[in-house]
Design a protein around this ligand. Structure first.
Ligand code: NAP
Length: 321
């Protein structure tokens, strides 16, 4: 049986849950399909569930743990009537309205939900190195966000992995806090833009480890070092340090929408005039359409914008019909 809904929100990070707060307060009774707890990339609450302390979210003078912040967002939207489904969307049909949304078996003929409007807030994931102890120490010395976690590494020695603009931007930012930043790149040449390279080479706190791959992270409860392999000599060695920043790129969670929504060349959803996508009635917010800021507060801001855009769009539809 297909259930009709006015607004379905796919994804429950800061963007989706802020959209849920605004949409529920606008009496749109949103359903948030929040993801699967067993997944590390599509988990309810999004990327903040993988962090420890969040110190840059305005309003929390002493910081707040990422999971607690997301629990608060969730409870706040529930207070105004947002409903949650703890599951993964397996398929969408955006070819006609109402839009079809499937959870469970994607081959079922009838969708699980028929949505008048859709808010996509499926986020992005940081590409990881897939090292044996990387996930275990994520939030305990392994990080994917210098802006979020750099402050915890004051006067420490840390490393950044990657050779693109992100890695150099992270390394440069981290020199504000750390005593020493080692940039580890698997090849002998950076991919980053020349201007970023010049800045990094000129920074006395940054040193480079070329042709080197990180093969594991060491530490019981927090990071104490890394194991690396020289890709030329194939020799392995250990380096003592207290933080490892993985900056090898991000991937937006857009697989569900390929071929149905316009994506930019780098795979992020293209938005127009606020949070609209190229499909009338489908809106996108948060990291799934943002490769620029990627912050919880900017995601939350765009979630608010999406809910307001949806509310106005639904009013326009009602006026037309
Ligand atoms: P990117 O340009 O794709 O670079 C990823 C880097 O990570 C590459 O150096 C790559 O090595 C390395 N890498 C990938 N997988 C790896 C693995 N498994 N193990 C070790 N190293 C691995 O990604 P990005 O730096 O996130 O940048 C994405 C886009 O955003 C780019 O277009 C970039 O210019 C842009 N950006 C711009 C700015 C800015 O202008 N301020 C800041 C950030 C990003 P190889 O080089 O060997 O492939």
């Amino acid at each position: 049986m297909t259930e009709s809904r006015q607004v379905v929100i796919i994804g429950s990070g800061p963007a989706g849950l802020t959209a849920a707060i605004y949409a529920s307060r606008a009496q749109l009774s949103p359903l948030v399909i929040e993801g699967e707890p067993s997944s590390t990339s599509d988990q309810p609450g999004g990327q903040l569930m993988l962090t420890t302390e969040v110190e840059n979210y305005p309003g929390f003078v002493d910081g707040i743990m990422g999971p607690e912040l997301m629990q608060n967002f969730r409870a706040q939207a529930a207070r105004f009537g947002a409903e949650y489904l703890t599951d993964k969307v397996s398929r969408v049909d955006l070819s006609s309205r109402p839009f079809g949304v499937w959870v469970g078996d994607p081959d079922t003929a009838e969708p699980s939900y028929a949505a008048e409007a859709l808010i996509i807030s499926t986020g992005a994931k940081s590409l990881m190195l897939n090292l044996p102890n990387e996930e275990r120490l994520l939030g305990y010395g392994v990080s994917t966000c210098a802006t979020c976690d750099g402050f915890f590494f004051r006067e420490r020695e840390i490393a950044v992995v990657g050779g693109g603009d992100s890695a150099l931007e992270e390394a440069l930012f981290l020199t504000r806090f750390a005593d020493k930043v080692t940039l580890i790149h698997r090849r002998g040449e950076l991919r980053a833009s020349k201007v970023m390279q010049q800045r990094a080479f000129a920074n006395p706190k940054i040193s480079f480890l070329w042709n080197t791959s990180v093969i594991d992270v060491l530490g019981d409860t927090t990071v104490s070092g890394i194991k690396v392999r020289d890709n030329v000599s194939e020799q392995e060695s250990e380096i003592a340090l207290s933080g490892l920043f993985v900056a090898i790129g991000h991937q937006p969670n857009t697989d569900l929408f390929k071929g149905q929504l316009e994506l930019r060349e780098n795979g992020y959803i293209r938005t127009f005039d606020g949070t609209r996508t190229n499909v009338d009635g489908v809106f996108a917010c948060g990291d799934v359409q943002d490769d620029r800021w990627r912050q919880a507060i900017t995601a939350a801001g765009s979630g608010c914008a999406a809910a307001i855009d949806v509310e106005r769009w639904l009013e326009e539809q009602a006026a037309v019909h």
